[in-house]
Design a protein around this ligand. Structure first.
Ligand SMILES: [Zn+2]
Length: 507
């Protein structure tokens, strides 16, 4: 009997449980408080997720409490870090992401200090005081026997709560978000430093002296929900009125996830050589060779499969670097506009600007302002199956109304220039067909992304035959492979890497 009580070590478990609960209420709750819910069932799901994150935290605290020296160093550091993250989450609605780490260390450390205030200072002092008290208690009153056994149990809890469907919700929340964000950031740095110089130097050139090329990478926008393509609802009031828009309703994408689709779109990858997406440079390098100033403005997270291309650009800007998919307040593409206007600086006569939009990404309501809530009723719960199909489609269509408005703004900046804008979504979205939603399962509706091209009047005057050819192909069926070759053609770039047969600018 004595042995069992020694192994169980009630005092130790009570301490860890209290600490895990303290973390649960003081820090982890900040990652849940704004999750929308509409029923007891939703609340139950959310509570269970919270409980899993608390259990994962229990595992980590268990691990560090076993050695008093490790605990004395790590616990205060962890507690203060978590208190800063919880503050950021409540006060600024941002969480720690690899982009934020990049912004802080590489681009602009000042923004971190601008948000430092008395409230945050008091919060840090409070959490530091609590953690020092805990370290003192641990040092004085806890004796750990059978450390190897305890170590084994702690590691098991950590592994269990970081596996299967637990991994994503745990990895994006306090405290594990610290580890996973730093890991993702370091992984990205490695990819950026890869040597992918696959294109021969000085291969690409252009004879034009001023041209603005814009590529808008859309998100989850399916072709058949655009009024431009005959959808019964007027989801594109601005684009439908613009006679310089050519829509391509029959584009087929093989990849149907963002992280596989974007590299495919930007490189020479095709169905025969899909690996080029992970081995070669993108057309961005060829634009640079031809003297274009290139800029990537991201309203989405950077992920390892395409972070290389983002860094291929001369300039990389994150407009919402602190947003993660577990934040439910507004995350809007209109935020791209100020940096977009700057990128079209007249001092750079030849520009390629890539705008990676959040578009029609899930938790649709976050991606349009309330004034665009035209189709009603909208979704109320983050648990998909508690929303009706009608609500899902309404919210989704509202995101398109806003995309239409934002792209109209992008176009307005180009009207007086010689310019061409490409829009292509990375994939479509399931909206209840056979009971499927979003884009997790391979479904036909995911393979037909929205795609259109807009050109300015000056561009048409200069290259009338190109516009004719672009119009001729409007009803043709193309794989997304066309983009690489067409965008180079549209930018008047000559290069041995271009395949004229795959370009829409082709008689
Ligand atoms: Zn996507």
């Amino acid at each position: 009997m004595k042995k069992i009580s020694e192994i169980i070590n009630v005092k130790l478990y009570v301490l860890i449980a209290l600490l895990a609960l303290f973390y649960g209420f003081a820090f982890i709750l900040s990652d849940f408080y704004d999750s929308p819910f509409d029923s007891i069932y939703d609340l139950l799901i959310l509570s269970l997720q919270w409980a899993v994150v608390v259990a994962a935290t229990f595992g980590f605290l268990y691990l560090i409490v076993l050695n008093k020296y490790v605990f004395a160093i790590l616990f205060p550091i962890l507690t203060v870090s978590c208190s800063i993250l919880a503050y950021m989450r409540y006060a600024l609605q941002i969480s720690l992401t690899p982009m934020l780490i990049d912004l802080a260390f590489v681009n602009d450390a000042r923004t971190w200090f601008e948000n430092f205030n008395l409230q945050l200072l008091l919060w840090i002092v409070f959490s530091l005081a609590i953690s020092i008290g805990c370290v003192f208690y641990r040092w004085k009153y806890i004796k750990v026997q059978y450390p190897v056994l305890h170590l084994f149990i702690a590691v098991c809890i950590i592994l269990l709560t970081n596996s299967w469907s637990f991994k994503r919700p745990v990895s994006q929340r306090i405290p594990y978000v610290i580890y996973y964000s730093i890991k993702d950031y370091l992984d990205s740095r490695k990819i950026i430093q890869e040597n992918r110089e696959t294109f021969i130097k000085n291969d690409a050139y252009t004879s034009v002296d001023s041209l603005n090329v814009v590529l808008v990478l859309g998100e989850s926008l399916r072709a058949d929900h655009l009024a431009l393509n005959g959808y019964t609802r007027n989801t594109t009031p601005f684009l439908s009125r613009d006679s310089n828009v050519i829509s391509y309703p029959h584009i087929y994408t093989i990849p149907y996830y963002t992280h596989t689709s974007i590299p495919h779109l930007l490189t020479r990858a095709d169905s025969i050589s899909p690996d080029r997406a992970y081995e070669e440079e993108s057309f961005i390098s060829l634009f640079k060779q031809a003297g274009y100033k290139t800029c990537w403005i991201a309203n989405q997270e950077s992920v390892p499969t395409y972070v290389y291309f983002m860094n291929e650009c001369d300039t990389l800007i994150y407009v919402n670097g602190g947003k993660s998919l577990y934040i439910f307040d507004k995350w809007l593409d209109g935020d791209l506009l100020p940096d977009y206007r700057n990128a079209l600086d007249p001092e750079n006569p030849k520009t390629l600007t890539i705008l990676h939009t959040i578009g029609s990404h899930w938790w649709y309501n976050a991606h349009y302002p309330d004034s665009f809530e035209i189709f009603k009723p909208v979704i109320k719960s983050r648990v998909i199956k508690t929303n009706t199909q009608e609500e899902m489609i309404n919210s989704y269509d509202n995101t398109i109304l806003y995309t239409d408005f934002v792209i109209h703004q992008f176009i307005n900046e180009l009207k007086e220039r010689c310019a061409i804008l490409f829009y292509i979504s990375d994939h479509g979205e399931s909206l209840g067909e056979n009971g499927y939603y979003l884009h997790g399962e391979d479904r036909p509706e995911l393979h037909n992304p929205a795609c259109f091209i807009w050109y300015s009047t000056a561009y048409q005057k200069r290259f009338p035959e190109r516009i004719e050819q672009l119009k001729q192909h409007r009803n043709d069926r193309y794989l997304t492979d066309f983009l690489f070759h067409t965008i180079l053609d549209a930018a008047s770039i000559e290069t041995s890497y271009k395949n004229k047969q795959l370009s829409l600018i082709n008689p």
